[in-house]
Design a protein around this ligand. Structure first.
Ligand SMILES: [Zn+2]
Length: 93
C-alpha cells in the first residue's frame, strides 16, 4: 500500500502561495545597506507569525514581488508612525 505524502517540489511563498525558489524568511538580506529580516517585517506590519512544523518549513519563504510589497508596507508603516508623532507634537503645542 502506498504511503506517499503530498510534497511540494519547490518553495511556497508565505504571502501569495506562488511556487518557486524564494528567499528564506529568517535569513537577513541587505537592501541599500539596511538589514531586512522578512519574518520580523511580516510580524511587525501584518501580524503574520510564520507557521511551525512541516507546513512551516515549506512556506518559510517569500517571493521577490512579495518582498517588494512587504518593504513598501514596512516603509509606509514607518512613515505613518513618524507622522503620528509629528501630529501629536502639533496638538500638544
Ligand atoms: Zn509571493
Amino acid at each position: 500500500m502506498s504511503t506517499a505524502m503530498w510534497k511540494l517540489e519547490k518553495d511556497l511563498c508565505r504571502c501569495c502561495h506562488a511556487e518557486g525558489s524564494f528567499k528564506n524568511l529568517s535569513e537577513p538580506c541587505f537592501q541599500l545597506g539596511q538589514e531586512e529580516i522578512y519574518s520580523d517585517m511580516l510580524q511587525e506590519c501584518l501580524d503574520i507569525v510564520p507557521m511551525t512544523g512541516t507546513l512551516g518549513d515549506v512556506t518559510f519563504t517569500i517571493c521577490e514581488s512579495c518582498v517588494a510589497r512587504l518593504r513598501d508596507a514596512a516603509n509606509f508603516k514607518k512613515a505613518g508612525a513618524g507622522l503620528r508623532g509629528e501630529v501629536q507634537g502639533y496638538v500638544l503645542k
